[in-house]
Each structure stands twice: as C-alpha cells, then as structure tokens.
Design a protein around this ligand. Structure first.
Ligand SMILES: [Zn+2]
Length: 331
C-alpha cells in the first residue's frame, strides 16, 4: 500500500534526471533544467569503508542489499526515490552522492547522520572487522537520511507517556515527533535479511496515526503493534510544542524510561539528538546481542554462503553456454 504522505523531495540534490525545461518547445531552451514538476530525480547514496579493514566483498554485498531495501521496501511507505552503491575509495565521493562512511571508533556525539558545510547529508557508522552488526546500522542511517535528509522533520500526533506498568500510552496532549524512521524498532532482534545482509526495520507514516486500525502496518516488517509504540532496544524523540524541552522515551532496560534532553537548537535537530543517543543505544545492543533472535547473524552468514554457491553454479552454467556457442574463454 502506498502512502500519500509528504516527502523528502524538497531536499534532494539533483544528480541524474530528465533534462527538459517545461513550457518551452524543444530547441528553444539552451540551458536545460530539471523538470521537477513531472519527473522525480534520484538520490544517490554511496557506501564506503573508511577503515580499509572490512571485507570488501561484504561491503559490496551490503551496498547491493541496501539498494534493494531503498528501491523495493522503503517506497512502499515513504515517497523516496534513491539508489545505493558501493564506493571503493572513501576519498573519492562523486558530486551529488550522499556518503555513508563505515568508520572505526567514533568520538562521543559523532554517530549518525550529519550535514556537511554545504548542508548536504552524510552518515557515520561504527564498524568492527569480524562483527557484521554494522550492516544494520548502515541500513538504519541510510533509511533515516532518505526519509529526513536535514534531520529536522517533525510529525505532530498525540502525546505519549509511560504508565505504572511501563507501557507507553497516548495522553490527551500533543507532541511534535522527530521523524527518525528506525529508532523505535532499531533493536537487532527486529532486523530482517536481504540476500543474507541484516537490515533495519523502519516505521511507516501510520506510526503517527491517531489510533490503531486493523490491517495497518506501523513498521515495514510488522514488528510495531500500534502507533507510537517503541520496542525494546529502541527510542523516540519529541518536543511539547508549548515548551522548548526535548524529551526521549528510551527502551534500553526492562521498561521504557523518559529522559529529558533540554532545549535543542541547530542546523539539524537529529545530529544533536543522535549525539547523545547513538552511544548508549549501541552499548545496549552490544550487551544484549540478538535479544530474541540469537541465531540471526549466523543464519545470515550461512545464507550468504549458499547464495555464493548458487552464484558460482550459475556463472559456470552460463559460461559453459558461451563456450558451447563458440566464444573463447577470454572473448
Ligand atoms: Zn536513528
């Protein structure tokens, strides 16, 4: 089902697109412009390993999986048109490409999506060789960067609170929520696999619906049971429009907890909010690997191995056909 929600298009950097100036016959216009009215330009995301320590084949496979996620899954709910590709050199970033850098240990406050000096987004994702958990984070940051490139998108809905049993519930007030597509369902137990690469579940625009309706999905993979529900390992950030104080509900222990962040100002609200949240959330995940899905990482690895076997078989079979057709081995 497609959503008619507003979208991130206003931020997209024109790169590839249809070159035609509207309202003028072909040939009159010598300075082509993007026709924003009838065509959509494509955002290009580039995944690159700045540590030079990760398995390049895995980084390429992850880029291919993220490409499928942003082409096949994300547009089912969010009006985003994007591709993801592998960038082999982290010092070579083509103009118009929004990079997702895989980096080593990040200083405090540096994880997540940022804006560069010209206010173009890029993301930093911690990665450790031998631990494939970074694919989930790369998916998280890629999706959030595409759904809200500037990190300032707010959605208004019912306010929420935590009751005595630790359950999140709607209240009669109203909050403005920072649209962070993966935060409420970011725990590794909610990841799903694309070709053996673990990617993040993400909320749909129905997450902000006034109340639940039957058959509605609140997250793509169906993990979130109703509007504004935060799952274990996840969080949500919001502000009461009557005040300046930002708050979060973090679900990093047995029960969700409210945390006051104080006033938040800057070019990107998310960059500041992620600055104080990126570390603790990942620490929680490290301490509780695969809460409810302990074998998922191993299953992904095995699946990739099987895919590789199929790939070799298919390559050989096609090559045999070419040889039988008369092509030499190097022709
Ligand atoms: Zn996030």
């Amino acid at each position: 089902m497609k959503s008619n929600c507003d979208c991130a298009r206003e931020m997209i950097g024109g790169s590839d697109g249809p070159w035609r100036k509207p309202f003028e016959p072909t040939g009159v216009n010598t300075t082509p412009q993007l026709d924003w009215g009838t065509h959509m330009s494509v955002i290009q995301v580039g995944l690159t390993d700045r540590t030079h320590k990760l398995d390049p084949q895995l980084v390429q496979q992850a880029a291919a999986a993220l490409n499928i996620q942003v082409l096949r899954d994300l547009p089912q709910y969010w009006n985003v048109h994007a591709t993801v590709r592998y960038l082999p050199e982290s010092t070579q970033i083509p103009a118009g490409v929004w990079p997702v850098y895989l980096v080593g240990k990040l200083p405090d406050g540096m994880g997540g999506v940022h804006l560069d000096k010209r206010n173009q987004p890029y993301a930093l994702v911690e990665s450790v060789p031998g631990d494939d958990g970074w694919t989930l984070d790369a998916s998280h940051e890629t999706l959030e960067m595409l759904v809200d490139p500037s990190g300032n998108r707010l959605r208004t809905s019912f306010a929420i609170g935590i009751d005595a049993n630790g359950k999140i519930h709607d209240t009669s007030g109203q909050f403005e929520y920072l649209v962070e597509a993966c935060d409420p369902c970011e725990g590794s137990q909610y990841a799903y696999s694309i070709q053996g690469i673990a990617v993040s579940d993400f909320i749909t625009p129905h997450f902000y619906d006034p109340k639940p309706t039957s058959g509605t999905r609140y997250s793509f993979a169906g993990n979130i049971p109703g509007p504004r529900q935060v799952l274990k390992g996840g969080y949500i950030s919001f502000v009461d429009p009557q005040g300046q104080e930002w708050e979060q509900i973090l679900y990093l222990g047995d029960k969700p907890q409210l945390k006051k962040l104080g006033p938040v100002e800057g070019a990107s609200l998310r960059a500041i909010i992620d600055g104080v949240t990126y570390g603790p959330v990942r620490e929680f995940r490290k301490g509780n690997p695969n809460l409810e899905n302990p074998n998922f990482g191993e299953w992904c690895k095995l699946h990739r191995k099987k895919i590789h076997g199929v790939t070799l078989g298919r390559g050989k079979s096609l090559d045999d056909e070419l040889l039988a057709g008369g092509l030499g081995p190097h022709g």
